[in-house]
Design a protein around this ligand. Structure first.
Ligand code: FMN
Length: 201
């Protein structure tokens, strides 16, 4: 079976810098034989986590909207590419809202202890963070990394790599960047091949 690659775009801006960088990654993954899918968070209907903590007892989220279905779908992917532009020095509300809604999966793991990902599972499930930022600052992505790390941990994915491009204002968008799109394509190909090698026949 081919490697299942799921891209999630947390940018509210369709076909902007971040989604274009995600598309390049997915193109590379597809070229390497991965089965590729993309979800646009802004087209889904979900609310922020209410913090009711009912999931700590039940292991499910009582809020019935699009978030639980997407989170279950993420659990069935081999490679998860999470994309967000930097907004106010962090990830977008769309993506942060989804990550918070994964609290019920966190609760299954750490409160109820009904869910456990063995190391072998985590090693063959790879998470990639894709991001763009307007500013040239070297540290412009720093506030995003911890939330992405937490999400990959919760969902059973190894944090494989970042594909990040800053200074979008100077480059006048991702298409003006000298290397980012080619790097994203190459990374997509690479990760599919790595997962294939880790998959038993
Ligand atoms: C509401 C908003 C907040 C932003 N905040 C930042 C920021 O804090 N730092 C930064 O470098 N760029 C910031 N930017 C610029 C975006 O990160 C940059 O233009 C990005 O490439 C946009 O990606 P997109 O085309 O996918 O929307 C912000 C843009 C918007 C719309």
């Amino acid at each position: 079976m081919s490697v299942r690659v799921l891209g999630i775009s947390g940018s509210p801006h369709r076909h902007g810098n971040t989604e274009t960088l995600l598309d390049a990654f997915l193109e590379g993954a597809g070229n390497a034989g991965g089965s590729v899918e993309k979800t646009i968070l802004k087209d889904l209907d979900y609310t922020p986590c209410r913090g009711c903590n009912i999931c700590h007892k039940e292991g499910v989220c009582i809020v019935k909207d699009d978030a639980p279905g997407l989170l279950e779908h993420i659990l069935s992917a081999d490679c998860l590419a999470v994309a967000s532009p930097i907004y106010s020095m962090g990830i977008t509300a769309e993506l942060k809202g989804l990550i918070d809604r994964a609290q019920y999966i966190w609760a299954r793991k750490f409160v109820l202890k009904t869910l456990y990902f063995p190391d072998s599972h985590i090693r063959r499930h790879k998470g990639i963070f894709i991001s763009t930022a307007g500013l040239a600052w070297d540290n412009v992505f720093d506030a995003a990394f911890p939330a992405i790390t937490a999400f990959f941990n919760t969902m059973g994915f190894e944090y494989y790599d970042n594909i990040i491009a800053n200074d979008m204002d100077r480059y006048k968008g991702i298409r003006g960047h000298p290397t980012a799109l080619a790097e994203a394509r190459a990374k997509g190909e690479e990760v599919v091949r790595v997962i294939e090698r880790l998959t038993p026949d």
